[in-house]
Ligand binder design. Structure first.
Ligand code: N2P
Length: 352
């Protein structure tokens, strides 16, 4: 009898398993409102297996491995390669009626990388800048700080701040683009040998850094344990929200913007459910909840109507016109350049 029962159970298992629908979502850390996932599960009965990454390289490796992922969130500059090598699939717009709420300006910027916006839905976006704990940083620096990337790229300045804690994002293309801009050059239009030489500047900064990490700095800034951090806007605003005297600034030399997108990898096992998830996130009320929680600007234009006035007008969240003029979407790095970027970065981050 027990054996009969066991084989009956075995025979039923596939049926039981197929009763539960699951999607696998792979997103940046601190990049959703947990409530939204719970609401989606409760409303649809679809379980969300949710995992996070903190660098573009981690996501690229997961997509290249072919592991089953139903939704991923690459940045705009990585879209052309992902489309070219067939890592992500075209979307079925008929399953995405809430696309109408998306920000038209973002869509047109993205269309240059993803023709007709076939593969990607803008989710959250924002500026790269500096998060500064002003009282701590001024005490260490010995007076007011310049609004400049020199705080990182001038070794004499970073030396003065080392004691109160400096961190840099583990974001090679963003960091090198900013370094080249600071030097009056362009990463995309420089020879690989020039990229190799940028190691010299990074070598000057390295001994003054606490660490290179895109996740640890969020808690540390919020607890007053760092005074200057290269930061993505929402992470910096979160520290201010936690009560620290942290301001987010886009330095005078300007900076880069990222647009992160919901996509369906070619490896998705449930592209049908992935469309439902994307459409769910594109409801303006839901998108507003996500912005309120993460403090990143939304790819959904209509979500603004659902933001608290205080949040909508919070300085730094949506860049003002003057700041916008100093911001440019991060350029796609060609294959020829990316090997040099990776080498310079390995040396900077891991000392190898
Ligand atoms: C938030 C991650 C921001 C994504 N922690 C930057 N592309």
């Amino acid at each position: 009898m027990p054996r009969l029962f066991a084989s009956l159970l075995l025979a039923l298992t596939p049926l039981l398993a197929s009763a539960e629908e699951v999607i696998r979502v792979y997103n940046w850390n601190d990049y959703i409102a947990p409530q939204v996932l719970k609401d989606f599960e409760a409303e649809t009965g679809i379980r969300v297996e949710y995992r996070t990454f903190s660098t573009a390289e981690e996501l690229a490796a997961a997509l290249a491995s072919g592991e089953a992922i139903d939704i991923a969130v690459p940045s705009h500059n990585d879209l052309p390669a992902l489309i070219d090598n067939g890592s992500i699939q075209p979307l079925d717009f008929s399953l995405l009626p809430n696309r109408k709420h998306l920000d038209k300006q973002l869509l047109s910027t993205l269309a240059a990388l993803d023709p007709s916006n076939r593969h990607a839905v803008p989710y959250l976006w924002g500026a790269v800048g500096l998060a500064i704990n002003t009282p701590q940083a001024e005490a260490a620096f010995g007076g007011p700080l310049p609004d400049s990337w020199s705080l990182l790229f001038d070794a004499e300045q970073s030396a003065r701040l080392a004691a109160c804690g400096i961190s840099v994002l583990d974001a090679p293309e963003e960091t090198l683009t900013l370094l080249f801009n600071y030097q009056g050059r362009s990463l995309a239009r420089s020879a690989p040998s020039r990229i190799q030489r940028s190691s010299q500047v990074l070598d000057g900064l390295r001994p003054h850094l606490r660490y290179i990490d895109s996740e640890r700095y969020i808690d540390d800034l919020s607890q007053g344990k760092l005074c200057v951090a290269m930061a993505w806007v929402g992470d910096a605003l979160a520290a201010a929200d936690a009560g620290q005297p942290v301001r987010f600034l886009v330095p005078d030399e300007g900076s880069v913007l990222f647009i992160d997108n919901l996509v369906i990898p070619a490896s998705a096992e449930r592209a049908d459910l992935a469309h439902r998830f994307i459409d769910y996130l594109m409801q303006p009320e839901v998108a507003a909840l996500i912005t309120a929680e993460t403090l990143y600007p939304s790819g959904n234009a209509d979500s603004r109507d659902f933001l608290d006035a205080a949040l909508r007008d919070q300085p730094g969240l949506y860049p003002d016109r003057d700041t916008k003029r100093r911001l440019h979407a991060l350029e796609t790095v060609s294959e020829k350049h990316s090997a040099s970027v990776a080498e310079v970065w390995a040396r900077f981050r891991d000392g190898s």
